[in-house]
Design a protein around this ligand. Structure first.
Ligand code: ATP
Ligand code: MG
Length: 580
């Protein structure tokens, strides 16, 4: 980017179709406030895709002066992993958002049960004894209507009695379901008398053994929105076909006019705000080079192919956070991607580019050498030591300055020297000169080799007239390289992360292969390098541009000033683009 202003700081008013709908709803009086929710199922870690939903749900609420709830969608009884619930909260906060109220869908099991009884009493739901297989047979196909269940015309009394006995635990799993009575001929399969409740004698993480029956997703989700007074229920496109059922549940139950249904809530001290929620769908975020389904990520973790959910190569928010992705970089990515109804596979360069631009604007600069070669400045005293002043950011004076120690022996990057330079080589060669960033110009007089003929030391002369501030400082030389003082630099563990897969479409199923067959064996290399003292002092999670090397972050868990650990977040340029 040539623009020197920070791209992340520019926040023009967003004009996507969802915000336009919200604006129109407020203007027309269809809604008087904006209340949203982010509803993850606590069955895994959040990933980059969820960042889009989070930024949208919380972002829209904040922009219009409303609020957003964090609702853990725990309608499926499962062994709770408190680990997931904690990570989800951590991730949302890290992205810079805070919820109005933390809820669980299971908070509403009493309300949902009463709502189901109301539907039965209205003649809108019935208890069906068909087996799962029979239900499938009766459902019909996209081209053929379904057939009514033989149990569809049970009396209200019989339905109520059976449903109450389902609730009392009298029947085994799968023996019966409660189904909505809608339309078995509907062109929308979701409206062909969908199940609302099923029998499942499974302990629930939050409600224990209170319930032998559990509500189905569409019923629970729509009514949870209604219970919380959500005005705009934003979700991904695969729920578009569910919207008519969502509306059916909300309208038939009509919580706003049924205070008796929400009594279990108000009794518990939970507020009830009546609103008719409106579902709006947007496209999922997908990037090439990544796999994002929770099932596949779980397999990578469980098979030990990565070091856990927060492995810096994982697309989980915990993983990319550890990798050095910043909340502002992710929000910038989400803004750039925009909101639409068009599903697409985006190029990973959009994600990496947003991080690069964010770090370029905000990360302080440091010097670090990751593949060290010794340079001795023979015309300096053995005990020569001085402090040079460097600005922390070339485009942002407010980031201040720091001192970098300079002395007779330095570490430079091995690749910045070539004994036999290839054509066009601009850095150091024997007899050539190069500028040491901020310290003057050196000429290489000779090299020292080990017994294998490997160059282990460069013996150089520092041009005394080329020091910063002197007249010769501006003398033209082809290259500038970075360095650290050998005596002062701190050895650091440097983890060079790269893409986890070797192909852009790891999910392709060609020739019976799967994503685990495309793991990049070079996705992590660990080297020992040297960093300037001001880099070693970093706080965990502090990001830097190591000049000429890339963007790095002090590891969230392992970094200590006395034993620094840095993770490569992203290279300075897209090094994969040229690999074709
Ligand atoms: P996955 O299939 O990856 O496990 P999910 O949709 O089952 O994801 P949930 O926990 O149910 O995950 O999702 C919570 C919210 O995040 C939902 O509203 C969902 O639509 C949204 N979401 C999930 N994945 C994406 C994505 N890739 N892009 C945008 N939003 C997403
Ligand atoms: Mg889900």
């Amino acid at each position: 980017m040539s623009d020197t202003s920070s791209p992340a700081d520019a926040t023009p008013e967003k004009k996507d179709f969802i915000r336009q709908i919200v604006r129109d709803d407020l203007a027309s009086g269809r809604q008087s406030a904006v209340r949203t929710r982010f509803p993850p199922e606590p069955n895994g870690y959040l990933h980059i895709g969820h960042a889009k939903a989070i930024c949208l749900d919380f972002g829209v609420a904040a922009e219009f002066g409303g609020w957003c709830n964090l609702r853990l969608d725990d309608t499926n009884p499962a062994k709770e992993d408190p680990e997931y619930v904690e990570a989800i909260q951590d991730d949302v906060r890290w992205l810079g958002f805070d919820w109005h109220s933390l809820r669980h869908a299971s908070d509403y099991f009493d309300v949902l049960y009463l709502a189901a009884e109301k539907l039965i009493q209205q003649g809108d739901a019935f208890v069906c004894d068909l087996s799962a297989e029979e239900v499938r047979e009766y459902r019909g196909t996209l081209t053929e209507p379904g057939r009514n269940s033989p149990y569809r015309d049970r009396s209200v009394e019989e339905n109520l009695d059976l449903f109450r006995r389902m609730r009392a635990g009298e029947f085994p799993d799968g023996a019966r379901t409660l189904r909505a009575k809608i339309d078995m001929a509907s062109g929308n399969m979701n409206l062909r008398d969908p199940a609302l409740y099923r029998i499942k004698h499974v302990e629930h993480q939050n409600t224990g053994n209170t319930w032998p029956i559990y509500p189905m997703y569409d019923f629970a989700h729509s009514l949870s929105d209604a219970v919380e007074g959500i005005t705009h229920s934003l979700c991904t496109l695969e729920f578009e076909d569910h919207r008519p059922l969502y509306d059916w549940c909300v309208d038939k139950v009509d919580l706003a006019h049924s205070p008796e249904l929400v009594k279990p809530l108000t009794d518990k001290g939970l507020p009830f705000e009546a609103a008719k929620p409106r579902q709006i769908e947007f496209s999922r975020l997908n990037f090439n080079w990544l796999v994002m389904s929770k099932r596949k990520l779980l397999q990578l973790v469980e098979s030990g192919r990565v070091d856990g959910w927060d492995d810096p190569r994982m697309p989980t928010l915990q993983g990319i956070r550890r990798r050095g992705y910043t909340p502002s970089g992710l929000r910038l990515m989400v803004d750039r991607v925009g909101i639409s109804k068009q599903n697409s596979l985006l190029d990973i360069s959009i994600l990496e580019g947003a991080l690069r631009d964010d770090l370029d604007a905000h990360a302080q600069r440091r010097m670090a050498v990751i593949d060290p070669l010794k340079m001795v400045l023979t015309n300096l005293d053995g005990n020569h030591e001085e402090s040079l002043t460097f600005s922390n950011h070339p485009k942002d004076a407010s980031q201040g300055e720091r001192s970098i120690p300079f002395s007779r022996e330095l570490w430079i990057e091995r690749e910045d020297f070539e004994e036999v330079p290839p054509p066009g080589f601009k850095r150091l060669t024997v007899g050539g000169d190069v500028r040491l960033r901020g310290a003057g110009i050196v000429r290489c007089d000779e090299v020292v080799k080990d017994t294998d003929g490997k160059v282990v030391e460069l013996r150089c002369t520092l041009d005394p007239t080329s020091r910063p501030g002197m007249e010769g400082a501006n003398r033209k030389v082809k290259g500038t390289i970075h360095w650290v003082s050998a005596k002062h630099a701190v050895p650091a563990e440097i983890r060079l992360y790269d893409r986890l897969f070797t192909v852009a479409d790891p999910d392709n199923d060609e020739g019976g292969k799967s994503y685990v067959d495309y793991l990049n064996p070079d996705s992590r290399k660990v080297v020992t390098g040297y960093v300037e003292p001001a880099a070693a002092e970093a706080a965990p999670e502090q990001s830097f541009q190591f000049e000429r090397v890339g963007y790095f972050v002090a590891d969230r868990y392992d970094h200590k000033p006395a034993a620094p650990v840095f993770n490569r977040s992203v290279t300075l340029r897209d090094t994969w683009a040229s690999k074709g």
